[in-house]
Design a binder for this molecule. Structure first.
Ligand code: GRF
Length: 213
């Protein structure tokens, strides 16, 4: 039996595509059982449909509160009994109740070298601060926004003349490699979330996780 992934998206879904491709090539021994978007026009939904993956659109505009949305989200997810829920550009803050329900089985990628630049506009903020490098961080999700234990980080240089767009593009290339890699570790049982820590082969990872590559 293949391990099951539910992937949550809000937009382009280029990270989703890297999971679709790696599942197809066998690099990732998993099945994407459902893709859920909070936006009806997310291009990632088309990518999922093209790959024959069931999709659900659950618009946050149809719910009166964050709690109501997240409980509907959990209802969509539950029948699939996923081994891991992958947040691949899912642009919503999850409620503590949702996070607790799936604690240790929720993984996210954030386009900065956390703990620097949590939240939005990370690329521009890194450029404006005169940083020499930026990158992406894969981490377990906890109740603290972009604050869960770090699994892996990939860095790229910030080049003269970079805009938020050029930098985002350079970082995405790395995201598409490091995110499936981390998911693979989890599915193979090498990586676990124990007592608030990311544990790799029985040992706690350093605060900045694995440096990738
Ligand atoms: C990525 O940069 C990811 O790190 C962030 O949102 C973006 C999603 O891109 N959380 P895509 O939809 O996977 O192309």
């Amino acid at each position: 039996m293949k391990k099951k992934l539910v992937i949550l998206i809000s937009g382009s879904g280029s990270n989703l595509q890297s999971f679709i491709d790696q599942c197809a090539s066998g690099d990732l021994d998993a099945e994407i059982v459902c893709v859920i978007s909070n936006k009806a026009n997310a291009y990632g939904l088309e990518r999922a449909q093209a790959a024959g993956i069931p999709t659900v659109t659950l618009s946050h505009n149809d719910f009166a509160s964050r709690e109501a949305y997240d409980s509907a989200l959990a209802k969509q997810i539950e029948p699939y009994q996923p081994d891991l829920i992958v947040l691949a550009g899912f642009m919503r803050i999850l409620t503590p109740a949702f996070v607790q329900q799936y604690l240790g089985r929720l993984i996210n990628i954030h386009p900065s070298l956390l703990p620097k630049y949590p939240g939005l506009n990370t690329h521009q903020r890194a450029i404006d601060a005169g940083e020499k490098e930026a990158g992406a961080t894969v981490h377990f999700v906890t109740e603290e926004l972009d604050g869960g234990p770090i699994i892996a980080q990939a860095s790229v240089p910030i080049l003269e003349g970079d805009t938020a767009q050029t930098l985002a593009k350079r970082i995405l290339v790395e995201e598409h490699k490091v995110f499936p890699l981390a998911v693979n570790w989890f599915l193979e049982g090498k990586l676990r979330f124990i007592e608030g820590k990311a544990i790799f082969n029985g040992e706690p990872l350093p605060p900045s996780g694995h440096a990738y590559p």
